[in-house]
Design a protein around this ligand. Structure first.
Ligand SMILES: Nc1ncnc2c1ncn2[C@@H]1O[C@H](COP(=O)(O)OP(=O)(O)OP(=O)(O)O)[C@@H](O)[C@H]1O
Ligand SMILES: Nc1nc2c(ncn2[C@@H]2O[C@H](COP(=O)(O)O)[C@@H](O)[C@H]2O)c(=O)[nH]1
Length: 391
């Protein structure tokens, strides 16, 4: 689909038949993606960018289920239809690290959710400039030492890594805090959230439900940190199949006997649970060490030795690496975006001196995660006149 810059609510009024009246003013943007569908983004009463759909074939409003972390309402926004699947929403008065959001209306993920939920669904995916470091998925049987290794990593590199706090229906252990080690949840509430599409992955593990919410990963990314997920093999397989590109590491015990010893020595499980976890460990070890799922396998024999190997494969030896921050660009309240091929030509401000090009040519991912690989390029002067847009 070609260029389709945003138009404001006044335009929408004149486009809608049957005298439909919109009460709100100015804070809404309507985009027509074809197929008799008009998406209205924004609502002055809402703290986030709300979405509703006008079905032109029935002249009725549809209020979709909105999945993903929603962008906060901003002082002005615009929208550019990218294709029949996605709309790029540009928030005004923001910096570029929170300025570009994708509203997915027909992507594979959204289509699946529509079929599953039997209703209209849209999903937000935040646009990330550049190539952030991939999240790290760590799996392995219970008691192998995943948590111990992760704790060491977080302690040595506190500004670099953030832990994805999972939800679980398991009861907390004595030393565990809600919201820190897990979000301890009622099964019903967790199942409802799973049905509502709030989870990136979930699995029944040792008789309880565990899952990674999209928000858990977003919270870490929001802090500019690299996300670590401690999840079981089933969860790792789901993440592999999702749009989240991650590094997958499987931790093995030196022997089954040692695994049992560690699990017992930890003293957190009753005998029945220990037996269950050891039974499950056999299958996990088989799946985890078979080719295809994990990128790296580490044997946690001597803890320090294993930790050193983990640091080597994460490129952390010798130097404390900091994630390079791409240069931030300010997106003012007044701005316009025009789609030309894979690029969005941005002109900013009342006098339109600030200009840049948002390059979508390498984007990947998308809901239920983030859309990565956006690039901001400076505008080269000759293209102003060629494009007849900026000059
Ligand atoms: N290399 C090691 N040698 C000896 N003991 C270890 C080693 N690594 C971890 N441990 C100990 O083993 C026990 C289990 O470790 P940890 O709790 O980190 O396992 P886990 O894989 O996170 O388990 P779970 O999946 O049940 O959360 C802990 O008491 C920990 O101190
Ligand atoms: N699929 C998922 N597995 C998870 C998640 N969070 C933790 N886990 C795994 O569960 C077992 C048991 O953990 P415990 O804390 O009860 O000992 C362990 O293998 C974890 O890796 C999750 O969000 N999804």
């Amino acid at each position: 689909m070609g260029e389709a810059p945003a138009f404001l609510v006044e335009d929408l009024k004149s486009n809608l038949s049957n005298g439909f009246h919109l009460k709100s003013k100015g804070c809404e943007t309507a985009v027509d993606i074809g197929c008799n569908r008009m998406y209205v983004i924004g609502d002055p009463k809402s703290e986030s960018l709300a979405v509703r759909v006008f079905d032109k074939s029935t002249n009725e409003w549809v209020f979709p289920i909105v999945l993903g972390t929603k962008p906060k309402a901003s002082r002005g926004h615009s929208a550019v239809v990218l294709d029949q699947d996605r709309v790029l929403v540009i928030r005004g008065d923001t910096s570029s690290d929170d300025g570009f959001w994708f509203l997915e209306v027909n992507t594979v993920f959204v289509t699946e959710q529509k079929a599953r939920l039997g209703t209209e669904v849209v999903a937000w995916s935040k646009g990330v400039i550049g190539e952030p470091e991939k999240p790290i998925v760590i799996s392995g049987p219970s008691g192998v030492g995943k948590g111990t290794l992760i704790a060491k990593l977080m302690e040595e590199f506190p500004s670099m890594f953030g832990f994805s706090v999972s939800h679980t229906t398991r009861a907390p252990r004595n030393n565990e805090q809600n919201g820190v080690h897990y979000h301890f949840s009622e099964r019903g509430a967790m199942e409802k959230d799973i049905d509502g599409g709030k989870f990136l992955e979930f699995a029944a593990v040792h008789g309880n439900l565990y899952g990674t919410s999209v928000e858990a990963v977003d919270v870490v990314a929001e802090k500019g940190k690299r996300c670590i997920l401690d999840i079981d093999v089933q969860g790792a397989r789901s993440v592999r199949a999702s749009s989240l590109e991650a590094i997958f590491i499987f931790i093995c015990p030196p022997s089954f006997e040692e695994l049992e010893k560690r699990l017992r020595a930890r003293g957190t499980e009753v005998e029945e649970q220990i037996q269950k976890r050891l039974r499950n460990a056999k299958a996990e070890l088989e799946q985890g060490t078979s080719p295809g799922l994990f990128d790296h396998i580490l044997v946690n024999d001597d803890l320090e030795n294993c930790y050193d190997k983990l640091k080597v494969l994460l490129g952390l030896t010798n130097t404390v690496k900091t994630t390079p921050k791409s240069e931030l660009v300010h997106v003012p309240v007044e701005h316009t975006g025009l789609k030309i091929g894979e690029k969005i030509m941005m002109k900013c401000g009342a006098v339109e001196q600030e200009r840049f090009v948002l390059d979508l040519g390498s984007i990947r991912g998308g809901a239920p995660g983030r859309t990565r690989g956006l690039r901001i390029d400076a505008v080269e002067e000759p293209c102003d006149s060629e494009l007849g847009f900026l000059g």
